[in-house]
Design a binder for this molecule. Structure first.
Ligand code: ZN
Length: 346
């Protein structure tokens, strides 16, 4: 991550404050209780109302910050429309809350809206059974698999109620926000159908979690799609962004806005390749995903961070299987992964 990115802003807006990026287009940062510490959302003046892009998490602190925005910033105008990049808790968390407060209409891609609804209904839809078997198969042991199944909802803990209907947006569609045309550009792998938004006249890209300046998005695999190659899905989805102007100002969901999309896009695959090289090296011996997690992330001892690390490793393992660098075998209900290097030497 040594590429040089130009960052026109030195710091994020204060809680309850905002920075105007271009007339009528405002940047607000909302706290999240784990790294990277905050999520950027965007508020767009529509004259009689506002459009918000993303909401922050459903926590009391974020609802209080929204309260400050309503009192001091929104000028008595409602948030008539919410455009959500994706269904994760820090992005779609307050979609239902905004609907109740302002009658806000949710605009989202179909898969993000559906997945948000799925996370909402986890208790009812029998998810736990599949989850327990999935993590047992990943080598966590029965006890931990049970804990994960009963206590951890992927991204769903601080996702409030997602509205029962949405206006569907789709890849390549042009939508109007604040009197400017914005093209929906979908990305995948981090979530099913993540919407980024690009305005040619403003030369701005709202990149959500797809293109970030300091970190790369986690490409997790969960029990509902156990064999998904999230890594390939993500890398394939990135290709369309290479056609954007080199001087586009990228507005990420985490970190500072930056110019330098080209070097950033070039650096991202190497980051994942390094992770996969570490996994491949470790798999000289047959190992489960759970064993890999302990070996590669010995400092992650809390269930939450362990869960994300494990889910991310599963994404890379699926990619290494589909690119034929690893083989796997089920032994007593647990998948064990091994590289071909060792097999060939035997
Ligand atoms: Zn996300």
């Amino acid at each position: 991550m040594t590429e040089l990115l130009e960052k026109p802003y030195n710091e994020t807006p204060m809680p309850g404050g905002s920075i105007e990026i271009t007339p009528g287009f405002h940047w607000v940062a909302l706290p999240i209780p784990y790294p990277p510490g905050y999520v950027n959302i965007w508020l767009i003046d529509e004259g009689e109302s506002w459009t918000a892009v993303d909401t922050g998490m459903n926590t009391s602190m974020v609802r209080e910050t929204w309260g400050l925005l309503v009192d001091q910033f929104l000028d008595g105008k409602p948030v008539a429309r919410l455009v959500c990049t994706h269904c994760h808790e820090d992005h779609m968390g307050l979609s239902g809350w905004l609907e109740e407060k302002f009658g806000t209409v949710l605009w989202a891609t179909r898969a993000e809206w559906l997945t948000g609804r799925l996370y909402n209904d986890i208790e009812q839809n029998g998810w736990q059974l599949d989850v327990e078997e999935f993590y047992f198969g990943a080598g966590t042991g029965r006890k931990v698999a049970k804990v994960l199944a009963s206590s951890i909802h992927p991204y769903g803990l601080k996702l409030g109620r997602v509205p029962a209907s949405h206006i569907r947006i789709r890849n390549d569609q042009e939508i109007d926000m604040g009197g400017h045309s914005w093209r929906v550009m979908t990305g995948h792998g981090h979530s099913p159908e993540h919407a980024c938004l690009y305005s040619r006249d403003l030369n701005l890209l709202i990149s959500g979690d797809i293109i970030l300046p300091e970190i790369c998005p986690v490409l997790c695999v969960f029990a509902n799609e156990p064999d998904e190659d999230t890594v390939q899905d993500y890398l394939d989805g990135l290709e369309k962004f290479a056609d954007l102007p080199e001087d586009v100002l990228v507005l990420p969901a985490h970190g500072l806005p930056f110019i330098g999309i080209k070097p950033r896009l070039e650096a991202i695959p190497a980051y994942y390749a390094k992770k996969q090289a570490n996994i491949l090296e470790a798999c000289n011996e047959p190992l489960s995903a759970g064993q890999l997690m302990t070996k590669l992330h010995p400092n992650r001892t809390e269930p939450g961070p362990q869960f994300i690390a494990l889910s991310e490793i599963l994404g890379h393992l699926n990619h290494l299987i589909s690119t034929e660098k690893l083989t796997r075998q089920k032994v007593e209900g647990v998948w064990l992964y091994q590289n071909f290097k060792k097999e060939a030497a035997q």
